[in-house]
Design a protein around this ligand. Structure first.
Ligand code: GLU
Length: 523
């Protein structure tokens, strides 16, 4: 390995000053936030809350071509739903406001000027057509890709290759230009990553990225580094897709003379498709039948709707837990964590280097576990929108009894309703396949006889119902199933649901008999 010139070292956190730890989540409002982004925000949060530092939301919206209206609000709202809160953000002012990059353009102009003056950046006037021509030519030369770099810059339209008087004339005539970083020749950049260790890159492999665009706004790289510095960010925790940019960022820190306060980097592994074949993409979810966004997103341009965890009936605490496990390993068998437990136990040392496969079945299982932890009252509250939607408003004690019967069966919130709707309305139809399978020539007669016995019961409860069923089957000689299966069909409309005794007792004697009567009329 050659000489190391640009070095990003670990900044050990002073245990007395952990409250000075500052992290940021820096999304670009180019669309909805994928769950990979939510996981990045979550890991930042877990990391910083344990240390008592600050969590910043910075909106990186300098790429106006990719700006999507409504995306910033979506990001804020969906993170809020997940319980990921910020100490400083565009909505919550702090000492380094503004927190939206489009409101900070003057700052970047000053900084790009500094790099030009110190010789670390240069003006480039190449038009899109000229750049395309270079790309084509490189392709013809044996499939290479054109890089604007230490070699090629010598032959292009820029303030390094052109005589000073000429490029100054270009500037004066108002010719559009960009500013590019001047990558040093034959040197090495070291990025010390908390997850990946030391990553060394030769500057001859780096290109002269655009730092400042012809529209007067910075690119992501410049704005990101300048803001991390000005906002006193101590740890940059972000997705692996940014690792290739990290050497450039280290260079910028060094060029600005900020190497002593360079943040520590931690690049999180990818979240992979369930089969492990590549990154989980925004289209995978709806294609494979599970959401990849925290909340539903309607694309303002295409009108396309992408499903969200909230609308699919997940609890935010379950979503957080699912994401916590996608990359981090607690090192124990514990799977269910409260947010406080996650904060207590999370550590970057236990975040792996390799991608984690997203398992949609496991995601449902997690949600089920969190639903089991809810009290009956909380589940009743979660059920409310479904009751409203169907125009039913059962008394609280009735709803409480139903919830107790179905809570074990619910994996997602809508399952509460799907597993119990027949407690609130009569079946409108009866499953014909079930009917054909279970209905026998004697069934109608037995049910009429059974209903007459129920009618005579002074008390209608679990015990009396149970005894009656025993007596009835003994007397008539029919099997338990020959009575219970048709009864279930008349109560529920199918072969689903909890035990028939439970259904009968909750429905109550009158409704039970009425459903037999209505059902037999229909048969
Ligand atoms: N704006 C970048 C994004 O959209 C931020 C990357 C970073 O955290 O540095 O993900």
């Amino acid at each position: 390995m050659g000489k190391i010139d640009y070095f990003c070292d670990f900044l050990n956190i002073n245990p007395m000053k952990t409250d000075q730890v500052r992290v940021r989540f820096a999304p670009s409002p180019t669309g909805p936030l994928h769950i990979g982004g939510v996981r990045t925000a979550l890991y930042n949060l877990l990391f910083v809350r344990k240390l008592g530092g600050k969590m910043i939301l910075r909106i990186e919206d300098t790429d106006r071509n990719r700006f999507v209206p409504g995306a910033e609000q979506y990001i804020v709202d969906s993170l809020g739903w997940c319980g990921i809160e910020f100490d400083e953000s565009p909505e919550k002012d702090g000492p380094h406001a503004p927190y939206r990059q489009s409101d900070r353009s003057g700052i970047y102009q000053d900084h790009i000027q500094r790099l030009i003056e110190s010789g670390h950046a240069y003006y480039a006037f190449d038009t899109e057509a000229e750049l395309n021509e270079m790309r084509e030519r490189a392709k013809e030369k044996g499939g290479q890709t054109f890089q604007y770099d230490q070699e090629t810059r010598k032959t292009m339209q820029n303030s390094i290759a052109l005589p000073e008087e000429q490029w100054k004339k270009y500037m004066e005539s108002g010719m559009p230009y960009v500013v590019r970083i001047k990558t040093p020749e034959n040197e090495h950049v070291v990025v010390n990553d908390l997850i990946r260790g030391e990553v060394v890159v030769s500057t001859s492999n780096l290109d002269d990225k655009v730092l400042f665009k012809s529209d007067g706004l910075p690119t992501y790289h410049l704005a990101n580094v300048v803001d991390d510095y000005l906002m006193k960010i101590t740890h940059v925790i972000r997705g692996e897709e940014w690792l290739p940019s990290a050497p450039l960022h280290v260079l910028l820190y060094c060029f600005f003379g900020w190497e002593d306060v360079m943040p520590q980097f931690a690049h999180l592994p990818l979240i992979l498709k369930p089969d492990g074949n590549g990154k989980l993409s925004k289209r995978d979810g709806d294609r494979l039948g599970f959401p990849v966004f925290p909340t539903e997103w309607k694309d303002p341009q295409s009108g396309e709707v992408y499903s969200g965890y909230r609308e699919a009936g997940y609890l935010p605490e379950a979503v957080i837990n699912i994401l916590a496990h996608l990359g981090w390993n607690p090192g124990t068998d514990q799977e269910i964590f409260s947010k406080d437990e996650l904060i207590e136990q999370f550590s970057l040392e236990r975040v792996g280097k390799h991608g984690s496969k997203f398992d949609p079945e496991k995601a449902k299982w997690f949600n089920h576990q969190y639903m089991l932890l809810k009290s009956d009252d909380e589940l009743c509250r979660l059920m409310k929108p479904y009751l409203d939607e169907h125009g039913v408003s059962p008394p609280a004690d009735y709803l409480g009894k139903v919830i107790q019967l179905v809570r074990e069966r619910a994996f997602l919130i809508p399952d509460l309703w799907n597993a119990s709707w027949f407690f609130f309305m009569r079946p409108k139809e009866y499953d014909t396949q079930v009917y054909q399978k279970i209905w026998q020539p004697g069934t109608t007669g037995w049910l009429n006889e059974f209903a007459a016995d129920v009618e005579k019961l002074a008390e209608f409860n679990e015990d009396t119902f149970h005894t009656l069923v025993q007596d009835f089957t003994a007397r008539t000689g029919i099997k338990m199933g020959q009575l219970m299966n048709p009864l279930r069909l008349l109560m529920v409309g199918s072969n689903q649901g909890p035990g028939i005794t439970d259904i009968a007792v909750v429905l109550g004697k009158d409704e039970f008999l009425e459903r037999i009567r209505v059902g037999l009329e229909d048969k």
